[in-house]
Design a protein around this ligand. Structure first.
Ligand SMILES: [Zn+2]
Length: 241
């Protein structure tokens, strides 16, 4: 009999060794990261999830994690493939931005790993917060601290942490604007979260400071002599004011 653990391990082995080249390369990279995170942040307690390049359930989400997979197995993580190919409206296409898009997709996976942790290990799925409650935020902050990331709060804005960014967009919301190497179109994600649904608290919509991020982007373009790109961003800024 094949157990859940066997199947999940075999799935990863197949993807890494025998999948089509594009999937092998990109999912292989994600599984390497997943292994490192499992050891470093989750005490090696997680079993490999099914990582799929497939659109998540919510049209606005970048990814999602299901405790029960589409075929009745466990731990399915879906990542929207257009984030990696650059056809998503929040990401830039082209080879110049490929590494930045890969970093972005890795961050989506890291977010979903925390959901996997709570689904499979703690049982704290925090339904009333759409998965982004105090337990989720605590894990974001535990992982974020050694990565040098600022703290986030639970999705509902309250208490002493009310001015922090919401964990529903972690870690994307707390990354330095240049971390994605220009691949992430900053300032357009105010109403998005990594994997939430459309019914969630409107409170989750707020992001760090898109204006400051856009200004940083423009300065970076000027410093690098990319005047046409700086002009494009300035035109976007003009439309915002
Ligand atoms: Zn989430």
């Amino acid at each position: 009999m094949i157990t859940d653990a066997d199947l999940r391990t075999s799935f990863r082995t197949f993807v890494v060794d025998q999948a089509e080249p594009w999937h092998r390369a990109h999912l292989g990279r994600l599984y390497v990261l997943w292994d490192a995170w499992n050891a470093r942040f989750f005490h090696g307690q997680l079993a490999p999830p099914y990582i799929l390049f497939s659109p998540p359930e919510s049209a606005r989400a970048y990814g999602d994690c299901a405790g029960v997979s589409s075929f009745g197995g466990r731990a399915q993580i879906r990542i929207r493939p257009s984030l990696l190919t650059g056809t998503h409206r929040h990401l830039r296409a082209g080879d110049d931005f490929a590494e930045g898009r890969a970093r972005f997709v890795a961050d989506v996976l890291l977010h979903e790993c925390i959901h996997q942790w709570h689904f499979e290990i703690t049982g704290q799925t925090e339904e009333s917060y759409h998965g982004h409650g105090p337990a989720f935020a605590a894990m974001c902050n535990q992982i974020g601290e050694p990565l040098g990331l600022p703290p986030v709060r639970a999705m509902k804005r309250r208490g002493k942490d009310k001015d922090l960014p919401s964990c529903a967009q972690w870690p994307i919301c707390v990354r330095h604007p240049l971390y994605y190497l220009g691949a992430y179109v900053l300032g357009q994600a105010e109403d998005d979260q990594v994997d939430g649904d459309d019914q969630a608290d409107a409170d989750q919509a707020e992001q760090g400071n898109p204006l400051a991020a856009l200004l940083d982007q423009i300065l970076t373009h000027i410093d690098a002599g990319r005047i046409p790109q700086a002009r494009t961003e300035l035109a976007r800024l003009r439309r915002m004011v």
